[in-house]
Design a protein around this ligand. Structure first.
Ligand SMILES: Nc1ncnc2c1ncn2[C@@H]1O[C@H](COP(=O)(O)OP(=O)(O)OP(=O)(O)O)[C@@H](O)[C@H]1O
Length: 546
């Protein structure tokens, strides 16, 4: 082997060693950086978790070592040492302060006394999750020392003020909702929780349709942190509409939708409570009240409904065809109990099932969320996106629905529009073409059972940011109904009455009669509701009529 080859091999070995050393160094550097980052993260965690107070309280019959940090309170039983000296491992109890809605000093009250008495300790009032429900739970921490107890009480109270929660809310109660139980529901289940959490209220018990709207137009809204509605879907729809209109008035732009800054809380007291179920997953006044108290808020998309260039209203859902006709029939039988009324209307509308001849156009939703400003510009000219982006179909439809929220309810736990999200900036358009009654019933039944309601050739669904429905038939609902049973005296008054042939629309459970084309626009995150996004509602009832 030549000297040159030796030199080359030596050189190559040196280079390999150099490369290895350099790789090792960069690996070590990366490892050091990772460790440093970990230490910093741990320090950060420690800081937020650093102990604010430590003390001894009795929980139940045992003494506990209790720690309070910025975010939680933990307690571990104090146990005597075992004879063998082995440590006795105990799982600590824990409550997150984000779930605590009130703290009180507990006292032993003498009989007949409203105040005073020796201190017993602190009581924490928390919201505990049980499935989709929030339930009230009280934790008692006993310590007879007044000084000790007050130190803890003051500190916990101070930490709780760090959360963004409503302090003063405007409450509307519709005493006529469903079984006329709203006032009772509010008094029994909501008012005591609000009082406990120091939420002050200004209450209006509505006297007639439109009362909440007129109060909302004029009241001093900046005094409040939120608005609360106790009632059914009709009351919720009126208030949501009122809140967006008020935002428009305040912003000095009566033509354009403006986001309402105040959140709306919904205490369900109706028969279906679709909006409440869609943000709580359950029809339960306590769950709804606790979401309000804890300040859980959720942005929600809304629609605006227009006819002949005039705003009809703001809302979350609309049904044309079967859904509209069925509601119109139910409204004529207001004297029946709500369950029976709904079943009667459903069965009768199925018996007289007929398609609507109409032109359906829609604007497919873009994948990214559009912001409000873009939508505002579109509002003035619905065709400004260019005709080519609209899809138009002409034909016979049994039902057309458009929903910007999933519309969950105990009857339909996965919702009438299971693909719709609360704040994705689009709405589900569900168009059911003409088919036999038996096939239509099969489609309806699948809402109630599991899924597959859209897997029929006569059903199409689209994610849309706007839709337009132009009825072609000259025979409106009014003519057909008067022919049907000559029951004109018992007709309820719809929100809009048209001179010519009008068609019944179900807009958020309210009957609206419109004779002409209706344009629907989706407005991303136009309103904030107290609650959260849920996938499925708790199912408590099932419809047996079909
Ligand atoms: N004091 C009142 N008397 C009559 N109607 C009222 C009164 N206050 C409000 N309203 C109107 O009643 C309508 C229906 O209200 P709501 O939806 O709460 O009850 P509901 O129709 O019985 O419930 P659900 O829609 O769940 O069956 C709303 O449009 C609301 O404006």
């Amino acid at each position: 082997m030549s000297e040159v080859e030796d030199d080359l091999r030596e050189e190559s070995t040196k280079r390999t060693n150099r490369e290895k050393r350099s790789m090792r160094k960069s690996r070590e550097k990366r490892e050091q950086e990772r460790q440093q980052q970990q230490v910093e993260e741990e320090e950060e965690d420690e800081q937020s978790e650093c102990v604010v107070l430590r003390g001894i309280f009795q929980l139940g019959k045992k003494s506990h070592d209790v720690l309070l940090t910025q975010t939680r309170m933990t307690w571990t039983p104090i146990t005597p040492e075992t004879p063998t000296g082995e440590p006795c491992i105990q799982q600590p109890g824990v409550v997150l302060l984000q779930d605590v809605f009130a703290v009180k000093v507990k006292r032993r009250r003498a009989a007949g006394k409203q105040s005073g008495g020796p201190v017993l300790g602190v009581a924490l009032f928390c919201a505990q999750r049980k499935g989709r429900r929030l339930e009230e739970e009280t934790l008692h921490f006993h310590n007879a020392s007044s000084e000790h107890t007050h130190t803890w009480y003051n500190k916990i109270k101070e930490l709780l003020t760090g959360f963004s929660r409503p302090r003063y809310v405007k409450v509307f109660i519709n005493p006529s909702s469903h079984k006329k139980e709203s006032v009772h529901i509010y008094r029994e289940h909501v008012a005591p929780l609000f009082k406990m959490a120091d939420v002050c209220t200004d209450i209006t018990v509505t006297e007639k349709k439109g009362h909440a709207l007129s109060v909302m137009k004029e009241c001093k809204l900046d005094e409040y942190d939120g608005v609360v509605c106790v009632g059914g879907d009709g009351s919720v729809a009126e208030l949501c509409h009122a809140m967006v209109l008020r935002a428009q008035l305040d912003a000095g732009s009566p033509e354009e939708p403006v986001k309402q800054a105040l959140p709306l809380g919904i205490i369900p007291a109706g028969s279906t409570d679709v909006v409440s179920c869609s943000v709580h997953g359950v029809r339960d006044a306590v769950t709804a009240a606790l979401h309000i108290i804890l300040g859980h808020t959720q942005q929600v998309d809304m629609c605006s409904f227009w006819s002949l260039g005039q705003l009809v209203r703001f809302g979350f859902s609309a049904m044309f065809g079967f859904g509209g006709r069925s509601l119109a029939r139910a409204e004529k039988k207001r004297w029946m109990p709500s369950g029976r009324r709904r079943e009667y209307a459903l069965v009768k509308t199925l018996a007289r099932l007929r398609p609507e001849d109409c032109q359906l156009s829609f604007l497919p939703a873009k994948t990214s969320n559009k912001n409000l400003c873009e939508h505002r510009n579109q509002e003035q000219d619905p065709d400004s996106e260019g005709e080519e982006s609209w899809t138009t179909n002409q034909g016979l439809y049994l039902s057309i629905s458009i929903m910007s929220i999933p519309c969950l309810s105990p009857h339909v736990p996965r919702g009438l529009a299971p693909n719709s999200r609360l704040a994705n900036g689009s709405a589900s358009l569900i168009a059911v073409g003409n088919t036999s009654r038996s096939e239509f019933i099969k489609h309806l039944k699948r809402y109630n059972s599991s899924s597959g309601q859209f897997s029929f050739s006569f059903v199409e669904t689209h994610d849309v940011s706007a839709a337009r429905i132009r009825p072609q038939s000259v025979i409106g609902w009014s003519e057909e109904e008067s022919e049907e049973d000559g029951d004109s005296n018992s007709r309820s008054s719809p929100i809009i009455q048209s001179e010519g042939a009008a068609f019944p629309w179900n807009i958020d459970g309210e009957l609206v009669e419109i004779a002409h084309e209706v344009l629907i626009r989706v407005h991303p995150q136009l309103i904030t509701l107290y609650g959260e996004e849920v996938d499925e509602a708790e199912s408590t009832v099932s419809c047996s009529c079909i």
